[in-house]
Design a protein around this ligand. Structure first.
Ligand code: TXA
Ligand code: MG
Length: 333
């Protein structure tokens, strides 16, 4: 398949919207990561997304909308908590999981009776959705298992020849995927941590927000009771080609240990990459993590030595992605 590589001009956004309406696939920028979009109401189109990504079919997609009101076409029920979260954090990096309407195809929801909905902030994304006139189902625009794309060159690398078009915009500001929160019950539950944190949501809701217990387990765990509630969270994810080790502990010990290990490995003839952010430099870490991982693959790095960031605020989301990238390969100092 010939993939059109398009700059995000008005004309090209219209062209892309037309492709989506006709059942084709278009990758596009959002403020979190690049998405791979299809008409979310067209089961056949959504099937093509799974094929293009090699994605397991039980993993549901997020529906992207251009205006808050559009959720009422998709959701059977939008409770008070969902409304409060939408009013406070949309447009933005938050996906609410709500009861779905019957006409949403099973391909989109992975057969679940709920559906994830997000209104992105990025202008290109919103124009594309509005122009298409349908909710756009869009997972991250990477091959399944690879780090999510935060620059259009990442999308070209993974998707050229596999989809109809790539809309090229800016690098993604946030750099990791949206927070996914289930708001179908009494207590909201975070299924995937992201930039909008539990504390952010608690502040506007005035009540406790839970974390899916499976997210707190930082070892590879095959036990049933620790299976995450969000289907997508159970897969090996974000993995670079290189072996990756995360060092956790006081910043100076981590830096020293990484330096030592790097020298050792290089003496063994290995190519080593280092990823270290300040322990509390969460925004930079989120913005750069996936791009750094991809760069290391491009450079043919054998081993990546990474420093952990603190597991709080946005750091929780960064560590969630980092641990998965490393297959939970951690050394505590
Ligand atoms: O930031 C983002 O959310 C990006 C951009 C493109 O918007 N999209 C994204 O999509 O990350 P994807 O498909 O890579 O991740 C969607 C996550 C998966 O973990 C999936 O299992 C979960 O959301 N999810 C979607 N619908 C769900 C549902 N009804 N119940 C539980 N989890 C759901
Ligand atoms: Mg993804």
């Amino acid at each position: 398949m010939k993939t059109l590589i398009l700059k995000n001009t008005k004309e090209n956004i219209e062209k892309s919207a037309e492709i989506i309406r006709r059942g084709g696939l278009v990758a596009f920028p959002t403020e979190t990561v690049y998405g791979l979009g299809a008409n979310g109401l067209d089961g056949e189109a959504v099937k093509k997304v799974f094929a293009a990504k090699n994605r397991p079919v039980d993993n549901p997609m997020i529906l992207h909308i251009a205006d808050i009101e559009d959720i009422y076409e998709i959701a059977e029920e939008v409770g008070e908590d969902a409304k409060t979260l939408m009013e406070n954090f949309w447009p933005g990096p938050l996906t609410v999981v709500v009861k779905r309407k019957a006409h949403i195809p099973d391909e989109t929801t992975g057969g679940l009776d709920t559906v994830g909905v997000r209104m992105p902030e990025e202008e290109t994304a919103r124009s594309l959705i509005r122009e298409a006139g349908v909710p756009i189902a869009a997972p991250s625009a990477n091959l399944s298992g690879k780090p999510s794309p935060t620059m259009y060159k990442h999308v070209i690398k993974d998707m050229d020849g596999r989809i109809d078009a790539i809309l090229c915009g800016e690098n993604c500001q946030v750099g990791i995927e949206s927070t996914v929160v289930l708001v179908a019950g009494k207590t909201p539950i975070i299924l995937r941590p992201g930039k909008i944190t539990a504390e952010d949501m608690e502040r506007v809701l005035g009540k406790k927000v839970q974390l899916d217990p499976a997210l707190e387990v930082d070892v590879k765990n095959e036990d049933d009771e620790f299976q995450p509630m969000s289907p997508g969270m159970k897969y090996k994810h974000y993995a670079p080609d290189a072996e990756m080790i995360i060092y956790e502990g006081p910043e100076d010990s981590v830096l020293k240990e990484i330096e030592n290990r790097k020298n050792q490995l290089e003496q063994e003839g290995k190519k080593v990459g280092v990823i270290v952010f300040g322990s509390y430099d969460f925004e930079t870490a989120a913005h750069n993590l996936f791009a750094n991982l991809r760069q290391m693959d491009e450079d043919g790095v054998d081993v990546i030595l990474a420093g952990a960031v603190a597991k709080e605020g946005l750091g929780l989301a960064v560590m969630n992605r980092m641990l998965k990238s490393a297959g939970y390969n951690t050394i505590k100092l």
